[in-house]
Structures are given as C-alpha cells and as structure tokens.
Design a protein. Structure first.
Length: 291
C-alpha cells in the first residue's frame, strides 16, 4: 500500500511503499498520476538518490509522470539490516514493487551508473515494463579499475564540519565531475551528505553498501546478454569523455551492436555526465518522444 503525503511546493509528491521483505522505501512522484503514457523511472548511481534527478524530473513532468526512488540504504529509504541484500536482484524486486504500488505498467528507464545496470536487468527480468532506456556512462562492460576511486571514497565515511568542506572534498576527490562553480559543487554535496544531530555531515547512505559493491567490482563485469535484451526498445547511451568506467572501445561496440541506439559523448567530463546538460536534455526528450 502506498503512503500518501500532501504534495509540497517542490513539484513532487513524497511517497513510500513496503518492500517484499518489509522495508519502507521512499520515492518522489512527479507529474500527473493519471497520465497513461509510459512513465519515466529515474535510477541513480550506487550511492546516489532521488535528489539527483530533481531538475530533469521537473522538466519531464509536463508530459510524463516521473518516479525517482531512493534505493534501500540510500536517502530516505530504510537501511537493510542484512547488507548482503544490497545487490541488483534485490533492487529490481524493489522496482517491481514500486511500479505495482504506483500503478505504473511501462516506463522509460533513465539509469545512471548502477541505474544503467538495473535498466539492463529489467530488460531481462521484466521486459514488458521497459518502453525505452537511457544508459548513462555505464554499459555492458565495466572497467573495474575505474571503480577503485569510487570504492575508496565510499569506504571513507569521515565527517565534514560544514557544506563548504564537503564540497571541497568532493572537488578534490572527483575533479572530473560535471561541476564548474562553487555552487555546482555545493549542489552535488547537498545530494551526497546529510546533516547529523551534532551538525556534522556524513554520507547519505548506509556504509554497508560498500561491502557488496566492492565484492562485485573485484570481478570482471560483462553484461552483453543483458544489454542485448534492450534491442527492441528505443535506446540512448551517454559517455563522459574522461570516463574511466565506460571505455571508448566498449561505447563504440555498443553502437555497433545496437544500430538503432542513439549515443553521445559529453565533452570534458568524467563519470557520470550531467543529465541537465542542455544537449543531453534534448537527447532525452527525443528518446522519450519515441515511446
């Protein structure tokens, strides 16, 4: 059963649903719930949450319903007492329950990093639900060496005294993120950390998620059969020019294997590109118009 809250001025409704194993999971619901066209499902990276998609969701909500969940262990969703359940199979089961709770049957999946993997898994596990997909800077071959800095960062849950310090730490650790100004870095920090009772800032996710992520990242990661499951739907792939997670070689092979797939390299940035870049938004609008 969905727990409804009054719609705030922010442009989205805050909702929760109960997972198959009893966790209360949170999502943002934008747009008209009675819109019968395929909705947009925004799936974040491994440590990210629904806040990352706010600007894009507001843009898309004029024509589509948009669902932005916090995975278990992230943001405002409950943390899992069993860290071994932080894995793709569980996340896809949660997505299945989310769609049922929201009474949504088909979605265009906008998946960043881990979200791109989940989009591919959905193409196999629930193919009738996938009307189209965007794979943002992750594809059917993952360069595991590029994940090492991310794992090191996830493992270092040091507190920061204020937002400026948190933003500075992010800019020093991930200089290739799509941010140019102090305000850009501050916005990323506010989507990354949460304020604790003592005023310090810590990660806005369960530190235990690093355990399964690090184990998975230590193995070769090839998802070509999952990628091919998306061959019947409109598809868009993005790559950051400086990405160390999605190689140019893999990106070119993806385009060769899926001739109908639109693809774009975003210049000057690493993993992952900003979905609010005007040219990226234009490409997303074109993808959604095909569904």
């Amino acid at each position: 059963m969905v727990a409804h809250r009054p719609p705030p001025l922010s442009g989205y409704r805050e909702r929760t649903f109960r997972s198959q194993d009893g966790l209360d999971l949170y999502y943002r619901d934008y747009g008209d719930p009675l819109n019968h066209r395929p909705a947009v499902l925004c799936l974040a990276g491994v440590t990210r949450n629904s806040k990352d998609f706010h600007s894009l969701a507001c843009h898309l909500a004029g024509g589509r319903r948009v669902l932005c969940p916090d995975y278990r262990g992230r943001g405002r969703s409950a943390y899992d007492p069993d860290w071994q359940r932080y894995q793709a199979r569980t996340y896809v089961d949660d997505i299945r329950h989310l769609l049922a709770a929201a009474d949504v049957h088909r979605v265009v999946v906008i998946g960043t990093s881990l979200g791109a993997v989940l989009a591919m898994v959905m193409g196999v596990a629930m193919p009738n639900a996938v009307a189209g997909a965007l794979l943002n800077d992750l594809g059917p071959r993952v360069e595991t060496a590029g994940l090492r800095p991310i794992i090191a960062y996830m493992s270092d849950d040091r507190p920061h005294p204020d937002w400026a310090a948190a933003a500075r730490h992010l800019s020093e650790t991930f200089p290739d993120l799509p941010a140019e100004t102090d305000n850009d870095w501050l916005a990323i920090a506010r989507n990354t950390y949460r304020e604790m009772p003592d005023g310090s800032l810590r990660f806005d996710w369960d530190p235990n998620i690093v355990k399964t992520f690090a184990a998975a990242a230590g193995r070769p990661a090839e998802f070509w059969p999952l990628f091919r499951a998306l061959k019947r739907v409109p598809l868009l792939a993005l790559r950051g020019e400086k990405s160390r997670v999605l190689s140019e070689e893999t990106f070119l092979r993806m385009a060769k294997e899926m001739p109908h797939m639109d693809h774009m390299t975003v210049p000057g940035v690493g993993h992952p590109p900003d979905l609010n870049d005007p040219k990226v938004v234009e490409a997303i609008d074109a993808l959604i118009s095909k569904t």
